[in-house]
Design a binder for this molecule. Structure first.
Ligand code: ATP
Length: 303
């Protein structure tokens, strides 16, 4: 049996005028992985997803789904997608909508199964225009499941949902992933990427800046933070201590980012500045900021 990866981007570039929305991206997603595409607004996530689904063509390079052209995999129902733009909501019930959509596919997922996976069984008879935001997103998820896909692509699926609705949504997604399926979702939320993806691909200005588990991203961004109470002492010169790469002072507390926490702590101890001392690995948030701001600096230097 052929065993191509679910998704392969081979040096894919796509520009809109002078904007390189996707810039020489190489990316492989293996079958069964749950991958988060993490980036700020305008990073190139939606464009990448459009190329992946064959809604748009790259300027150069190519995208393959299961070793084939995206359009072919989509037609065969191997790929389901939940995109950002909402369509007008029809006045049918959830069950009727799913039955209608599934008729378009060669081997659809039974409606009852899609309802179950999306956590919508009790809403089968409810009209689609009478659901909450979270329920509506799960209906869109169930619609994406209709073709019984092996890969599902979700473009910021929880952007407008509250914490509880998000949780319910991700539980549904996990149920689908646990069956051995592949999931690619885009998000701005670091916590979501950390909590629900096996692997995080950080994108900015159309480029892949980092690719790995949350732990690997933290390690690669390097360093840790050392925080302590200034206790009225001066904050000048902290950036000169060994290892320190940045300094943040809030009220009476200083937070140093350092490449060498041992050396930084020794220097603080020598200066008798260890009150309320706290040493922590970089948070995913710090790692993300450090990755994207380093990238921005490089870009600014190039320009
Ligand atoms: N059809 C288009 N015409 C012109 N520029 C576009 C078009 N689509 C995207 N862009 C530009 O390409 C860049 C990447 O946009 P994209 O929508 O892929 O980012 P994103 O990471 O999905 O952002 P968001 O999180 O806001 O959805 C942006 O600078 C955007 O303005």
């Amino acid at each position: 049996m052929r065993n191509e990866p679910a998704v392969a981007f081979e040096t894919v570039t796509k520009s809109f005028g002078t904007v390189r929305a996707v810039d020489a991206v190489d990316l492989t997603i293996r079958r069964g992985e749950t991958v988060a595409l993490l980036g700020r607004n305008g990073a190139g996530k939606s464009t990448s997803i459009g190329l992946l689904l064959g809604l748009d063509e790259p300027d150069s390079g190519r995208v393959l789904l299961y070793g084939d052209a995206p359009a072919k995999a989509v037609r065969a129902g191997r790929v389901g997608a939940m995109l950002q733009e909402g369509r007008a909501v029809p006045r049918v019930t959830v069950g009727e909508l799913l039955a209608f959509v599934s008729r378009a596919y060669p081997s659809p997922m039974p409606v009852a199964e899609a309802l179950e996976l999306a956590g919508l069984t009790e809403f089968a008879g409810r009209r689609v225009d009478r659901l909450s935001g979270g329920q509506t997103q799960r209906v869109r998820f169930a619609v994406a499941l209709s073709g019984n896909p092996e890969l599902i692509v979700l473009d910021e699926p929880t952007a407008a949902l509250d914490v509880e609705a998000r949780q319910v949504f991700w539980d549904a997604m996990r149920g689908y992933a646990r069956r051995g399926n592949t999931v690619l979702f885009s998000t701005h939320y670091l916590e979501e990427a950390d909590a629900y993806a096996d692997r995080i691909v950080v994108v900015d200005h159309g480029r892949v800046l980092a690719d790995g588990t949350a732990a690997e991203l933290k390690r690669n961004a390097g360093g840790s933070t050392v925080a302590f109470d200034l206790a009225g002492g001066p904050s000048d010169g902290l950036e000169l201590l060994p290892g320190v790469t940045s300094v943040e002072v809030r009220g009476d507390r200083a937070r140093l980012r350092t490449d060498d926490s041992d050396a930084t702590v020794r220097a603080l101890a020598a200066a008798d500045a260890v009150r309320g001392l706290e040493v922590a690995p970089l948070s995913l948030n710090d790692a993300f900021l450090s990755l994207t701001s380093a990238h921005r600096k490089t870009l600014e230097t190039v320009r």
